[in-house]
Design a protein around this ligand. Structure first.
Ligand code: HEC
Ligand code: HEC
Length: 206
């Protein structure tokens, strides 16, 4: 016990330092990330249906381009973290099927719920989006094309996309991301209603 105590104390001090430094990092966020989201009815006055669909998709784009989503839809095979898309600490890679590699599986650290004391985000079936669904560095028009393309969207129909954004646990996590993280703008219900409206009007891309 005498030998173990200093090690335990040392580990606690280290943890405290890590937590304090990550809290201060969370405070200095870039401005300009939307927190508001307008519902589909906002665009009722746009007479041209394609233009109205595009306006809805652009509004939904405030969510699609938000760090809560892009951090898990990165261009490289490693997730990003925080409000400015910093490299994930510790370094991890996607591995086969997006679940990480042996010894560094996502779900070793990411549980089914957020673990706020350690600032570790969590949701059921936590894993990285595949290369074909990488949104980092894409324009909103390119994200739109990707989401509609069954060769790149996991073989989904537009109805499947509506269902995914309405019900998927990783999408839902975007609005309850745990301590120190900004939720995606608006609510999942408003976001899903925008995607529903966009699909119903023919799903034109910006
Ligand atoms: C923890 C990682 C993670 C987070 C966070 C996450 N996603 Fe995903 N997303 C995935 C994975 C993995 C898939 C692929 C799932 C599959 O094909 O079954 C996916 C697929 C999708 C798809 C369907 C396929 C396509 O064409 O892109 C959409 C739409 C989507 N995500 C939207 C979002 C939105 C919106 C957010 C933020 C509110 C979000 N995701 C946050 C991991 C994540
Ligand atoms: C050794 C533990 C560990 C492993 C393994 C791990 N993560 Fe993480 N991850 C963390 C911690 C801790 C954080 C929170 C960092 C912070 O914000 O302070 C985090 C944050 C994230 C975030 C950022 C969420 C946000 O929007 O800020 C994403 C996305 C993520 N991890 C995805 C993954 C994926 C996908 C895998 C597997 C390929 C993975 N992680 C493997 C510990 C881990």
């Amino acid at each position: 016990m005498k030998q173990i105590l200093p090690i335990v104390l040392g580990a606690m001090v280290l943890l405290a330092v890590v937590m304090v430094s990550s809290v201060s990092a969370a405070e200095d966020r870039p401005s300009g990330i939307s927190t508001q989201l307008q519902g589909p009815e906002t665009f009722d006055s746009i007479a041209d249906l394609n233009d109205r669909a595009i306006a809805m998709f652009v509004e939904a784009g405030k969510v699609l381009s938000h760090p809560r989503c892009v951090n898990c839809h990165p261009a490289d095979r490693t997730p990003l973290q925080g409000e400015d898309g910093a490299a994930h600490q510790p370094p991890v890679v996607r591995g086969r099927g997006g679940i990480g590699v042996v010894g560094m599986r996502c779900r070793t650290c990411h549980l089914a719920e957020n673990f706020d004391p350690g600032r570790v985000p969590g949701a059921p079936h936590w894993l990285l989006a595949p290369d074909s669904m990488a949104w980092e560095h894409l324009t909103l028009g390119e994200i739109c094309d990707q989401i509609k393309d069954p060769d790149r969207n996991g073989g989904r129909t537009l109805e499947d996309i509506v269902e995914h954004v309405s019900e998927d646990a990783l999408v839902a996590w975007g609005w309850s991301p745990g301590a120190g993280r900004q939720p995606a703008p608006g609510s999942q219900a408003i976001f899903a209603a925008l995607i529903r409206g966009w699909v119903d009007l023919g799903a034109a891309c910006p």
